[in-house]
Design a protein around this ligand. Structure first.
Ligand code: ZN
Length: 98
């Protein structure tokens, strides 16, 4: 009986891997139409999940998967900001783990 415990599972919009919610990062489109990286997972709006991985982010942007998931065109400048914050968050994560 390995079932029963319900860990929230989410799918990366780029590689379609299903992972625990905490293993992915959330990109959110707020009700105001702002697209941003949501590291708290609590920002209101329509969310899309990605591996905390530059390759998945690049793929999601290049193939417009993020656009589809969020229902909005993600501007290149916004994509840059998300990449920037993602990489910084990963650096912090690496320090915490080691
Ligand atoms: Zn992925």
């Amino acid at each position: 009986m390995a079932r029963g415990r319900h860990l929230p599972q989410r799918t990366c919009v780029a590689c379609r891997q299903v992972k625990g919610k905490s293993a992915l990062v959330r990109v959110v489109r707020t009700p105001q139409g702002v697209v941003q990286l949501d590291l708290t997972g609590k920002v209101a709006g329509r969310g899309a999940y990605l591996c905390p991985d530059e390759a998945c982010l690049n793929q999601a942007i290049k193939q417009k998967k993020l656009n589809r998931a969020l229902g909005v065109a993600v501007e290149p400048r916004t994509a840059e900001e998300i990449r920037d914050r993602l990489l910084k968050a990963r650096q912090r994560e690496a320090y915490r783990v080691s």
